[in-house]
Design a protein around this ligand. Structure first.
Ligand SMILES: [Zn+2]
Ligand SMILES: [Zn+2]
Length: 129
C-alpha cells in the first residue's frame, strides 16, 4: 500500500497534526483515526488512492466513524428485512428485497482518472430452508 504523509489542522483547537498513513488502493478504502495531541479530539478519516497513478490520495473526514455508521445502519436494515422475511415465511413463498452490496462514491484524480471507492455492506443470508 502506498504511504502518504500529510498535515492537517485540528478542527477544534487548530493544532497542526502531522501523520503518515498507509492508504489502500481504490476501490478499497482505509479507515483511520486521527487524534489531536493537544485536545484529544478524534477525527475519523476514510482514505483511498487513485488506482491509475497511485500518487494522489483522496480522503473524507468526519466526526462520525462514517464507515462504521454506514455498516451499522446497513446491518440494522438487513436484520429488519430478515425478520420480516421470517415472519412471512408461512404466507409467501418468495421474498426478495434488494440489499445494496456496497456503499460507493465516484472520485476523480488530478491525473484525469475517474474511479470508485467502496465500503462493503452486510448482506442478507440466503434462506435455504
Ligand atoms: Zn485539537
Ligand atoms: Zn491518479
Amino acid at each position: 500500500m502506498p504511504e502518504f504523509s500529510f498535515r492537517q489542522y485540528c478542527s477544534v483547537c487548530g493544532n497542526k497534526i502531522h501523520h503518515t498513513i498507509d492508504v489502500a488502493i481504490a476501490p478499497e478504502m482505509t479507515r483511520s483515526e486521527v487524534i489531536c495531541e493537544k485536545c484529544q479530539d478524534h477525527t475519523n478519516m476514510l482514505l483511498t488512492t487513485c488506482p491509475e497513478c497511485k500518487e494522489a490520495f483522496q480522503y473524507f473526514i468526519s466526526d462520525l466513524d462514517f464507515a462504521e455508521e454506514v455498516q451499522r445502519l446497513s446491518g440494522a436494515y438487513v436484520r429488519l428485512i430478515s425478520g420480516i422475511r421470517n415472519s412471512l415465511k408461512e404466507v409467501i413463498e418468495e421474498f426478495k428485497v434488494p440489499v445494496p452490496k456496497k456503499w460507493s462514491v465516484g472520485l476523480s484524480c488530478t491525473c484525469g482518472n475517474e474511479f470508485t471507492a467502496e465500503i462493503p455492506l452486510p448482506q442478507l443470508e440466503e434462506n435455504n430452508e
